[in-house]
Design a binder for this molecule. Structure first.
Ligand code: 2NE
Length: 271
């Protein structure tokens, strides 16, 4: 693929090609740990991706072959969150990014080489699919370093691998190989490191051949199952979008603008 840089950032790379967007966390010197600025840039890129009609699938990855992401940058963790370099405000803005990945109406595939640890592991958990290289290592680290993610990090992981396994992952903070992750249903495929990106692109291309609306509704259906009213809202929003495209909905709007009673009589009540 001929990747085109969409926008220049400091901590990430955002590029696209042939309907695929790729967001790369680019801090290999700290195993792609994120600081508040990294997440701010990712949120900006994902906002762009949401509005970009030319993109149908997103690949989320880390620079180099040693790490996908090692979680929050422990050097800037302060009193109450990860502290911004310029504004000195402590925050956990990765939680905003997690919700953004979940609500994005396009599939996001985590492309994992090396470590996916701590908040970096949670990032792959919230992605729709994960393709792992054979050198990938997965695990949580929070309880060892005085942290935890009791949101998606714990509960969505529990839905994916079951509660017993999720509790083991969190309570013992062990690392798991790509093969072990595959066996527990935590990743979709394991491939040799040198084939990782080609494989992810092949999966993305396969998805791109499908009906975008069907894919969108299916993603939101899974959210409705796991995310309570917020999940239902995402599915319901998509239903409203489709309804707005019908003559029935347009008749309601037209009648209001024309200051007359709406005539819905020709619209059928199907079983
Ligand atoms: C990932 C792991 C196991 C890799 O170990 P190893 O031995 O292969 O590499 P090394 O030497 O530890 O790491 C290479 C360089 O990256 C830095 C290291 O300090 C080291 O730098 P130098 O000493 O060469 O200068 N590095 C790695 N991870 C970093 C991090 N997260 N922050 C800052 N620098 C980092 C090993 O590196 C490891 O265990 N890393 C820490 C994992 C961790 O504790 N992550 C945070 C979990 S909490 C979290 O992410 C979180 C949350 O729980 C809730 C909300 C938001 C975030």
């Amino acid at each position: 693929l001929q990747w085109e840089r969409v926008k220049e950032y400091q901590d990430i790379i955002y590029e696209r090609a042939e309907g695929i967007a790729r967001v790369t966390i680019n801090r290999p010197e700290v195993h792609n740990a994120f600081r508040p600025e990294t997440i701010k840039e990712m949120i900006d890129a994902f906002n762009h991706i949401r509005d970009d009609d030319s993109t149908g699938v997103v690949l989320l990855t880390g620079a180099g072959d040693q790490a996908f992401c090692s979680g929050g940058d422990q050097r800037v963790r302060g009193h109450g969150g990860y502290v911004g370099e310029d504004d000195h405000v402590p925050r956990l803005n990765v939680l905003d990014l997690q919700r953004q990945i979940r609500s994005l109406p396009k599939p996001v595939i985590a492309v994992v080489a090396g470590y996916a640890i701590g908040g970096g592991h949670v990032l792959h958990v919230v992605c729709d699919l994960t393709i792992a290289a054979d050198n990938a290592r997965f695990g949580q680290a929070g309880p060892r370093v005085g942290s935890f993610d009791a949101g998606y990090g714990a509960t969505l992981l529990g839905r994916i691998v079951g509660h017993k396994k999720a509790k083991e992952i969190w309570f013992l903070c062990r690392q798991y190989t790509a093969q072990e992750a595959l066996e527990m249903g935590l990743v979709n495929a394991v491939v040799p490191l040198e084939r990782l990106h080609d494989e992810a692109i092949a999966w993305a291309k396969e998805i791109l051949k499908m009906s975008p609306t069907a894919i969108r509704f299916l993603k939101m259906a899974f959210n409705a199952d796991t995310d309570g009213l917020a999940g239902l809202q995402m599915l319901a929003g998509d239903a409203t979008m489709l309804f707005y495209m019908t003559d029935e909905a347009k008749e309601g709007q037209r009648a209001f603008l024309e200051k007359r009673a709406p005539d819905f009589s020709k619209f059928r009540r199907l079983p």
